[in-house]
Design a protein around this ligand. Structure first.
Ligand code: G
Ligand code: G
Ligand code: MN
Ligand code: NA
Length: 256
């Protein structure tokens, strides 16, 4: 309860911040988008990462408010970047959506409202849902995904490969991107198995006509292997940790 109340206050007092991790085109070498990741600026010296508050935010329903705040914040920041750093295709912003948010009756309306109010081009927004969100209550999921797609936004499956995706559902859902969980990219280091898993996910994505983002690219070897396998997009500490908006602006500036 103490943490719940503290989080409530944090929301009220605007203590949350969004950090951004670049997503890189492996073929072109530049930043093509960012993932928005929330942090709690608890005091001047304390920055709390999601594992310190997301589960409580989910249990208490606070994630509904926090999630919408992140969506709004990330979209308005991206609108600014679109103006400051115009490019073709436009930079994209990926935003994590929790299961509870996704289950709300008015989720699609809320997303629509943020799109309208921030003026972001919907095609540049990607909502990240996990496999567990997508696979439970699949009829509902299918309907919601179709309505989100009708708004123009894109859908990514986060942490792909760690859950229980049914291939049948994947085929029927309107998706855009599979994000390969970083545990598989990490296995590229020391096992052939990692290579096979990553390759299988890429084959699956290609057959379904989906983009692939490899998460957790930590070193040059990961990047070389992913590139050799034909992976188009990657994110990870090798390129950049999630950073404040100002630092991300500087990275975009560097790229011209
Ligand atoms: O950098 P990292 O510690 O940010 O993120 C850890 C986890 O927290 C990620 O797996 C991510 O899914 C989750 N997370 C980060 N930001 C958000 C957010 O805005 N909403 C939700 N629901 N989860 C988030
Ligand atoms: O939403 P998701 O679970 O994909 O959140 C991404 C998480 O992965 C965040 O916690 C982010 O800080 C973390 N992350 C991003 N790149 C790397 C990386 O190269 N290595 C590791 N270990 N974690 C990463
Ligand atoms: Mn994510
Ligand atoms: Na992930």
């Amino acid at each position: 309860l103490a943490l719940e109340n503290r989080l409530r206050r944090a929301l009220h007092e605007n203590e949350f911040v969004v950090h951004y991790q670049p997503i890189i085109s492996l073929s072109e070498g530049g930043i093509v988008g960012v993932e928005a990741l929330v942090r709690w600026r608890k005091s001047e010296t304390e920055l709390v990462y999601p594992d310190g508050f997301i589960s409580v935010a989910e249990e208490t329903g606070l994630i509904l408010f926090l999630g919408m705040w992140v969506l709004r914040e990330a979209c308005s920041t991206m609108v600014r970047w679109h103006k400051e750093f115009p490019r073709t295709p436009e930079l994209t912003v990926s935003i994590n959506v929790s299961a509870l948010q996704f289950a709300q009756n008015d989720f699609v309306q809320q997303v629509s409202k943020v799109l309208r109010e921030t003026g972001i081009r919907p095609e540049t927004v990607s909502l990240e849902i996990t496999e567990s969100v997508s696979m439970t209550n699949s009829e509902h999921t299918m309907t919601v995904l179709a309505r989100l797609r009708a708004l123009g936004v894109r859908i990514s499956i986060d942490d792909f490969g760690t859950g229980y995706s049914s291939l049948a559902y994947l085929h029927r859902f309107q998706l855009d991107t599979l994000k390969i969980d970083r545990s598989f990219v990490a296995q590229l280091d020391d096992s052939k198995e990692g290579l096979h898993v990553v390759q299988s996910i890429m084959d699956l994505a290609q057959n379904l006509g989906l983009n692939v983002v490899a998460e957790g690219a930590e070193n040059a070897r990961h990047v070389a292997q992913l590139t050799a396998m034909g992976c188009e997009f990657a994110q990870g500490f090798y390129y950049s940790r999630p950073v404040e908006a100002g630092a991300l602006s500087a990275l975009l500036e560097e790229q011209g």
